[in-house]
Design a protein around this ligand. Structure first.
Ligand code: PHE
Length: 456
């Protein structure tokens, strides 16, 4: 974001810079931590198939709509609605996004803190070469239940995120994304190769890749839909905000395609690492948020120089999480700066403090404080992940689809997408997705959950 645009907001310095930053926002714990445990709980390959359908039918359509709205208005999540529908209640969709951003960040930073904790554990040799599944599980449980480690790491992660966001979105993000994402990808490929060649990997591959639709339940559809929006950073204005830093020259259609493909590739690779290793170690796919932290140390133990690979992995995962927490914090911060006229420093400090306070119960919800750990839905952290990470994003995406489809209008959006000579061949299909398939499909799923009371 080095060249100021006509309106004084920054712009990404190049198309690659934008794609990498937006992919950096999309790729993170959602792919490597959340996707595997949702697949594990959601019945394996059948969940994966439904997830892929949602990503490419609904997710891609919503992403393009968010980017177009952001670039057109050059505003934050709330301002974008206010600019295209002045004096209406549509800006409430943006407000929901701002609140959702803070709420997601509050628990996301706890898990990001776990990656930092695991980096230290790996470097200091907590995982000996011969770690068993039971040992790995025990290490995880005692770590997750430590109040000081969890609150401390939450604080540290939010502090680092705040510093980056305070210095301005992207000088830093672009650079970090450009250099480290390819390294992360290479490491994931390597780990996947090791994992699928473990003894007993076959059972894991079958669970992950051979769909058995008798395994899915009423909750699978909303869970897969919510995961699609979470993983792609949709439904809370993150892509509106990032879109507002995009120059008119960039083709938003191909960019959307690349970001969706890249995000999906990383999630699929993560599953290819986790499930064979999980079945090899004899752990349960239904271990919830602790899943990958329990499985991975057992995989590193199977690698030559496992400590080195483990350390590199957790370091890169922490960085991937950082490029997502930056996006999560940037949404409320850019709102406060644009709409309340606060300075960036004050906006960052205030938002980060509020987020930290909301995050403390999540940091204490994996055994430290029984009250937070035993709440319905798997404790406070899981509850935040379901309510905000799945439902709020689903409702936000529904609002956005209806807004762009009917209020701002498909024609106006297409005109924005086609500015500076871009042709959008699939514009009719896109209009159909936004105006009909997305609103009807998402509403049907929401009604279904309420009717079956299958909330978790
Ligand atoms: N998509 C990010 C991930 O998968 C999380 C995120 C959600 C980031 C919403 C920004 C907005 O890790």
């Amino acid at each position: 974001m080095t060249n100021p645009s006509a309106t004084g907001r920054g712009v990404w310095s190049s198309k690659t810079g934008f794609i990498l930053a937006a992919s950096g926002s999309a790729i993170g714990l959602g792919n490597i931590w959340r996707f595997p445990y949702m697949v594990g709980e959601g019945g394996g390959a059948a969940f994966v198939v439904i997830y892929l359908g949602f990503v490419f039918l609904l997710g891609a359509a919503v992403m393009l709509a968010e980017l177009a709205l952001g670039r057109h208005t050059d505003r934050n999540a709330v301002g974008a609605f206010a600019a295209t529908a002045p004096g209406t209640l549509w800006k409430l969709v943006g407000m929901l996004g701002v609140i959702t951003g803070v709420a997601i960040l509050s628990f996301y930073a706890v898990i990001a803190g776990w990656t930092v904790g695991y980096l230290f554990k790996t470097v200091t040799g907590s995982f000996s070469q011969t770690i068993t599944a039971q040992e790995s599980q025990a290490i995880f449980e005692s770590f997750a239940a430590s109040p000081i480690a969890n609150v401390g790491l939450l604080f540290v992660f939010l502090a680092v995120t705040s510093i980056v966001v305070w210095r301005g979105v992207s000088g830093g993000i672009e650079l970090v994304s450009k250099t480290l994402m390819p390294v992360l990808l290479a490491l994931l490929v390597l780990l996947a190769i090791r994992s699928v060649t473990l003894s007993g990997a076959g059972a894991g591959l079958e669970f992950y890749l051979a769909p058995d639709f008798s395994r899915i339940s009423a909750g699978t559809f909303p869970a897969a839909l919510g995961q699609a929006f979470f993983s792609l950073s949709l439904g809370m204005g993150a892509m509106i905000t990032y879109g507002s830093y995009v120059s008119k020259k960039i083709n938003l259609v191909t960019s959307t395609g690349i970001i969706c493909l890249f995000d999906t590739l990383i999630a699929l690779l993560a599953g290819l690492i986790i499930f064979p290793a999980l079945f090899h170690a004899g752990l349960s796919p239904e271990s919830g948020p602790g899943l990958v932290f329990q499985v991975l140390p057992t995989l590193f133990a199977e690698l030559p120089a496992g400590q080195l690979f483990g350390a590199a992995f957790f370091l890169l995962l922490a960085i991937a999480a950082l490029t997502s927490t930056i996006a999560l914090l940037e949404v409320p911060v850019s709102y406060v700066i644009d709409e309340w006229g606060w300075s960036r420093g004050k906006a960052v400090a205030a938002t980060a403090i509020v987020t930290f306070l909301i995050g403390v119960p999540s940091a204490l919800a994996s055994g430290a404080v029984p009250f937070f750990s035993d709440l319905p839905g798997g404790g406070f952290l899981s509850l935040m992940s379901i309510v905000f990470g799945s439902y709020a994003l689903t409702i936000g995406s529904l609002g956005l689809a209806i807004f762009v489809g009917y209020r701002w209008g498909v024609q106006a959006a297409v005109a924005e997408i086609e500015s500076e000579g871009v042709t959008f061949g699939l514009k009719h299909a896109w209009g159909f997705l936004l105006r009909f398939l997305a609103p009807v499909g998402i509403t049907a799923i929401l009604v279904y959950i309420i009717a079956t009371q299958n909330y978790f």
